[in-house]
Design a protein around this ligand. Structure first.
Ligand code: NI
Length: 136
């Protein structure tokens, strides 16, 4: 059985490599390379896999899952600049792919500690673009 919790946050970023000049960055990353930053309204889906607990009827307590996501992900990202302010994204290119991997790494242990097994982190950056990460 898989169960999914949806959360939202908004954050600013810039896609760029410091070892490339602005022109090359703009060529590869387009508008997401604007030197003055820009933001997205991200939508995050966290899916946990497990069997249904006979006592609670839950795969994982969604209130607890929501608290874990809030503490380890949302508080660190919401209304923040991903490039400058988010500890688990330091030194990484702030792409949706890398952000999903970072979110997975933030959540894996706490979800395990709560008795669940993280199955998927799905991150929607825009209406047309999203990624899904399954831990590899
Ligand atoms: Ni962008």
């Amino acid at each position: 059985m898989r169960i999914t919790r949806r959360e939202t946050f908004n954050a600013a970023h810039r896609l760029y490599r410091p070892d490339w000049d602005d022109m090359k960055n703009m060529e590869v990353f387009g508008k997401c390379s604007n030197p003055r930053w820009h933001g997205h309204n991200y939508v995050l889906f966290v899916t946990v896999e497990g069997s249904v607990d006979l006592q609670t009827g839950f795969v994982i307590n969604l209130k607890e899952l929501s608290r874990i996501i809030e503490e380890h992900v949302i508080q660190k990202l919401d209304h923040k600049n991903i490039n400058l302010e988010v500890d688990f994204m330091q030194g990484k290119l702030a792409s949706t792919e890398n952000l999903a991997i970072g979110i997975w790494q933030q959540l894996e242990q706490p979800v395990t500690d709560a008795g669940g097994s993280l199955f998927c982190v799905k991150l929607i950056e825009t209406e047309n673009n999203f990624v899904e990460y399954f831990g590899s």
